[in-house]
Structure formats: C-alpha cells, structure tokens
Ligand binder design. Structure first.
Ligand code: HEM
Length: 473
C-alpha cells in the first residue's frame, strides 16, 4: 500500500487551513518556532501546518523526532526544496542538495575535513592560534565596553577559512570584512517574513526587497569566492594541497574525463559557500550567547574559572585533553547550546518516499520540520527546560552526564557535518576566553538588564549588546 494513490494518504491533523493563506493566521512569521511550539500543545507531537499553499508536517518532542530521523532514517532523510535556496544553489553544494550529488559531496566533505585536521591536533593548534589573536583584540579594548559580533564571527570564520583555503585573514582585511558582512546580512534576511513569504508563494515571485537582497548578496559572495578559486588554480600543486578547495581541484583533475562527475565548478562554489556559511555564524553565535550568559550569571562564570584554576597549570590555556577534567565547564557549554537553541526548526527535511509513520500515510516529497526547540526544551527530558541550568548535564557527584535529548546538531542522515569541528571550537574558544578574562556588563548596567530574548533570523542571535573583558591576572 502506498499513498502515491492520493486516496490512501492520511496526513496528521492540524489547524484547519483557510483559503489561500492556509494557517498563516496562526503563525507569527517573526518567530514561527514559537507558534509551532504552541500548536504542538494542542495537536501533539505530529501535526500538519499549511504555510500558505505549502503543506508541512511538524515533528515535536524527542521520542517522535528520534523515531523519524533515526528509526526511519532513509524515509525522512531528504532535504526539503526551499525556493530561495533553489534559486541560489540550483541544487548544488551540501546543505540544500539531493540524491547522489548530495551523497558524493557529503562523503567528500567529511573525509576532507578529517584530512585537514578536524578531530586532530592540527586543528586544535590552529584554533588555539586564532584564540591568541582574539585575546589580543579583547585586550586592546582595555576593559571598555565593545560589541563582539564581528570579531567573534571573524575568529570562528578564520578556522573554517584555514580548512577551506589554507589561510587565515587579518581582522582588518577589507575583503574578509565584506564577506562576513554579506554573510551576516543573509543569515538575518533568510529568517525574515518577506523571505518566508517568498518560500511559501514562489510562483508569485516576490523578487523585491529582502529576497532580492539575499540573491544579490549570494552573487557578491560568489564573486569573491571565484577570485580565490582562480588563485588556487594558478598556484595548484598536487604535492602540497592547502585545504578543501585544493582537494576539490585535485578531484576535478582526476575526474576530468568523466562527463557525469559531481566535481564540477558549481559544486566547488556552493560546497565552499555552504561550509563557509554554516561554519561561521552558528558557532560564533553560540560563543556570543555563552559570554552573554556568563555576564548574566557571574556565579557560574566564577565556578568555571575556579575549576580551571584547579586543573590547569598557571599560565597554561585549556586544551581538549583537559575537557574530561573540567566537568562543570563542559556542562555549562552543553547548557549554553541547549538554552540558546540557535537552529530552532532545524533545516527542513522531506520524505524520500511515502511513509507509514505513527499511523499516518505521509506522501513522498512533503516538507518535514523537526522542531528542535521542542526537544531542547522537552519537559519530559529537562528538569527546568526554560531556565539556564548547568545541572542538566551533571550527576549527583558533579560528574558530567550526557543527555540523549541534547541534539542541537540534529540527528540522522543529514545531521550537521560540522559537529566535531564546532565542539572543538566551542570548548577551546569559550574556556580559553574565560581563562583570560572576567566578562562584565558595561558600567552602570545591572545584570538584570541583560536581555536573553532572541533576535529573529535563520538562526537565533542574542540581541545587540556590549561586553567588558577584564583581564584576570
Ligand atoms: C547541517 C546545526 C556548526 C556544516 C546542520 C543542521 C543543524 C546544524 C541543526 C541540520 C541537520 C539536519 O538536517 O539534520 C549546527 C550548529 C552548529 C553547527 C548548532 C554550531 C554550534 C557547523 C559547522 C559546519 C557545519 C562548524 C562546517 C564545518 C553543516 C552542513 C550541514 C549542516 C554542511 C548540512 C548537512 C547535510 O545536509 O548533509 N547544522 N551546525 N555546521 N551543518 Fe551545522
């Protein structure tokens, strides 16, 4: 029995759709994940929402999401077709590609990340090196308040740039700053109501305003990247591959006789852009949340610093091998990721085939939203889901304890490719900065005034704020 025969299809229930707008009357486009959380109170762990004419199945709670993404990994393992990304990537790259092309790019990316040191000492050393530049920059503010957005973006981005291009950029480099600005603007715009409307009603072609700016920014980013590719082609030396781009060029050479190869220029462009984009904003936003939360909870900050002082020699920085000796610090970093919930609706999936799931017959090709918020704030898995509480990851004797509902990188076939890298960076940057500085709100500002509500965008950012970095010694 399959529901390719429409008569047998049975979608889960949901709010009754109105003509033309579907359920947009009950969805707040400024924070759609909140609206979906509210709908799940009423309709349960699996329900259908009509975003205009676009039918979507929403999955909520750890058990349901795990059942779909792990136990039915193949069936829920496709990426949804998202019109704005279709328009930019034409199905190339890693994040928004499909089928064999995706499989080839994902496999190549994972093995190339490993080849260039992810999970090994090489990248640890690179991150610690970058941390030193970051510390110098923080020190240069001499305890005066400053905004961390651009600088943290730059430091984190430099790690992925080293893997992609084999080089880092100076923080003042105008080309680097221009790239980061384009990226930052797009991350904001991609979550904006106008871009969402474009995605729901692509045939109306709202190609003005925000969607138009997104496309223009992608063109500009691509123009920069093309220049880098040109330089790498000119200097290419197969005995000295500097990073992902060179490894890709090498593959292109090897497969030059294969007219069906996936290692073509469009995939070079969009795989590089995907890694650059996915590898920058996510991790740096998480570090920013971390520093903001430390200003809000100075007693937690102090406890981390005391823990490090006990385990790490004076004058030394925390290394990955110290992590298991720093259970409290580890718990706080996990709690920062859980609490900040930066990818609240994950990245939409779709069904690769008709699937019989939880008593419904869900048709092939329908968009599926794994509502990660509902897992990271699942009442049956977290003692105080809405409170910042590092004890979520500590057992009775203060040892670090894993939690199965901790899935900020999602799970299953399309889970985040950068999880290992992101975890290295989060630990080394966050613990390293706390080793060197005490973070405080600007003079005259009480910690009660620090706002923990999130700004809208494709990922959830802290509201704009200033911090003071006071050296510890
Ligand atoms: C996909 C989260 C850092 C590269 C994803 C997804 C999530 C996510 C939720 C969707 C997965 C799915 O559909 O199941 C995060 C978070 C990060 C982070 C919270 C940091 C705190 C990174 C980094 C990189 C990266 C550093 C680059 C090395 C990717 C790629 C995909 C992805 C390429 C698409 C995978 C695919 O479609 O096969 N990420 N990510 N991410 N992420 Fe990350």
């Amino acid at each position: 029995l399959t529901c390719s025969k429409k008569s047998i299809c049975s979608l889960p229930p949901g709010p009754p759709p109105l003509p033309l707008i579907g359920n947009l009357n009950v969805v707040d486009l400024k924070k759609p994940f909140q609206s979906l959380m509210e709908l799940s109170e009423k309709y349960g762990n699996i329900f259908t929402v009509h975003f205009g004419p676009r039918k979507t199945v929403v999955l909520a709670g750890y058990e349901t999401i795990k059942d779909a993404l792990l136990n039915h990994a193949e069936e829920f393992g496709e990426r949804a077709e998202i019109p704005i990304f279709r328009k930019t990537t034409h199905g190339n790259g890693i994040v928004f590609s499909h089928g064999e092309l995706w499989k080839t790019m994902r496999r190549f990316t994972l093995s190339t990340l490993r080849d260039f040191g992810v999970g090994k000492k090489t990248i640890e050393v690179r991150i610690l090196d970058e941390l030193n530049f970051l510390i110098n920059y923080f020190e240069s503010h001499q305890e005066k308040p400053f905004d961390t957005t651009v600088i943290l973006n730059s430091a984190v981005s430099n790690v992925i740039c080293s893997i992609l291009f084999g080089e880092r950029f100076e923080y003042e480099d105008p080309i680097f700053l221009a790239l980061l600005k384009l990226l930052n603007e797009n991350t904001k715009l991609l979550g904006s109501p106008m871009v969402q409307l474009y995605n729901f009603y692509p045939s109306l072609g709202f190609l003005f305003g925000a969607p138009r700016t997104v496309l223009r920014n992608v063109d500009e980013l691509n123009a920069f990247l093309e220049k880098f590719f040109k330089e790498h082609r000119q200097k290419f030396n197969e005995n000295n591959l500097t990073g992902f781009v060179d490894a890709f060029l090498m593959k292109q050479q090897q497969e030059s006789r294969n007219s069906h190869t996936h290692f073509h220029n469009k995939n070079l462009l969009f795989s590089t852009l995907d890694l650059f984009a996915a590898g920058t904003e996510t991790t740096s936003t998480t570090v920013r949340w971390g520093l903001l939360l430390m200003m809000k909870y100075p007693e937690i900050q102090r406890r981390i610093q005391e823990e490090m002082d006990q385990v790490i020699e004076p004058g030394q920085m925390p290394m990955l091998e110290d992590r298991k000796k720093l259970p409290y610090t580890d718990a706080v970093i996990h709690e920062i990721q859980r609490f900040s919930n930066i990818v609240p609706m994950s990245v939409s999936r779709s069904t690769s085939t008709d699937v019989n799931f939880k008593g419904y017959m869900i048709p092939k090709g329908i968009e599926v939203i794994p509502l990660l918020t509902s897992v990271l704030k699942d009442k049956s898995h977290w003692e105080t889901p809405d409170q910042f509480n590092p004890s979520h990851f500590l057992d009775a004797d203060g040892s670090f304890t894993r939690k199965e509902a901790f899935i900020p990188f999602s799970i299953g076939r399309r889970a985040c490719v950068g999880e290992g890298l992101a975890k290295m960076e989060l630990f080394l940057f966050f613990a390293g900065l706390l080793r060197k500085f005490i973070f405080q709100p600007p003079p005259g500002m009480a910690k009660a005034d620090l706002d923990l509500t999130a700004d809208v965008g494709f990922i959830l950012n802290p509201m704009s704020h200033l911090i003071c970095a006071v050296p510890r010694e």
